[in-house]
Design a protein around this ligand. Structure first.
Ligand code: ZN
Length: 235
C-alpha cells in the first residue's frame, strides 16, 4: 500500500478514536462493491445515461445481493461504540441485513423490503401478511419516488444527529441531491470534522478534513482495524 494512503487511513482511525459522536452517511457507492449500480459514479446509472449508454446489468436478483466489507466495517464500528447514527440514501436493505440496529439508522429514501403506513409512518416488513396498519392506515411501499416527500421521522433524525456529531463521514455519495447535501453542511456548521470516501467529486471536497478516492473496501475495513489497535483491542 502506498505510504500516503497508509497515513490517511491511520488519520481516519485516529479521528474515529477521538470522536465522541461519530455519524456516518452512505450513498449508492457503498453498495457497488456488492454488485449494485450507483447513480453518479464513473460507471453509474445517470453517468452512463448522460453518455447515451444503458445501465449496466446487475447480474443477480436483489435478494441474492449481500452486504460487502464496507457495510461490515460500519457494523464493527457499531460494536465498538463508534457509531452514534447512520444516515443512508440507499433502499437496498444492505445495512440492516449486515446487522445495523434499526434504531441507529435513518433511511431517507425508504427500504425496498419494507412497507410504510400512510397515516402514522410506522414501517413493516413486506412479507405479504399485512394489508393495514393497526392504526387503520393504508400500507404502501416505503420507497420514496422522485417528487415525493421524504419520511419525516427519518429526515428529522438525520438532521438532529448531523447537528450533534463531531465527526461526519460520507461514504459513497456525491452529495448532490437535497436534502442529502444539507447534512454535511449542518455538521460543518456545528463544528464537526468532515471525512469523504467517494470515487467521484463532491461539492464538499474543499471542506473535507480527509478525502479518499479509493475503493471503500480498500479503506474502511483497514481504518477499523487500526481503530481497534488504538482502542487496545488486538486481533
Ligand atoms: Zn399506522
Amino acid at each position: 500500500m502506498d505510504k500516503h494512503l497508509d497515513q490517511k487511513i491511520q488519520s481516519l482511525a485516529q479521528s474515529l478514536y477521538e470522536s465522541r459522536y461519530p455519524v456516518m452517511f452512505t450513498g449508492a457507492g457503498i453498495s457497488t462493491e456488492s454488485g449494485l449500480p450507483d447513480f453518479r459514479g464513473p460507471d453509474g446509472v445517470w453517468t452512463r445515461r448522460d453518455k447515451g449508454l444503458p445501465p449496466r446489468p446487475m447480474g443477480k436478483p436483489w435478494d441474492r445481493v449481500n452486504p460487502n466489507s464496507g457495510h461490515y466495517a460500519i457494523v464493527e464500528l457499531q460494536k465498538l461504540g463508534k457509531l452514534k447514527f447512520l444516515i443512508s440514501q440507499n433502499i437496498d436493505n444492505l445495512h440492516l441485513k449486515s446487522g445495523i440496529r434499526p434504531e441507529l439508522i435513518a433511511e431517507l429514501h425508504g427500504n425496498m423490503t419494507k412497507l410504510r403506513c400512510k397515516r402514522c409512518e410506522q414501517t413493516y416488513d413486506n412479507d405479504g401478511e399485512m394489508a393495514k396498519c393497526p392504526c387503520g392506515g393504508r400500507l404502501v411501499s416505503s420507497v420514496v419516488d422522485f417528487g415525493q416527500s421524504l419520511p419525516e421521522r427519518d429526515l428529522g433524525l438525520a438532521y438532529e444527529h448531523s447537528r450533534l456529531c463531531d465527526l461526519f463521514t460520507v461514504i459513497g455519495s456525491s452529495l448532490v441531491v437535497t436534502p442529502a447535501a444539507e447534512m454535511p453542511k449542518e455538521a460543518l456548521m456545528a463544528g464537526a470534522k468532515l471525512v469523504i470516501l467517494n470515487q467521484g467529486e463532491t461539492p464538499f471536497d474543499g471542506y473535507a478534513h480527509l478525502r479518499f478516492r479509493e475503493k471503500i473496501g480498500d479503506v474502511l475495513p483497514r481504518a477499523v482495524k487500526r481503530l481497534k489497535r488504538l482502542m487496545g483491542l488486538y486481533e
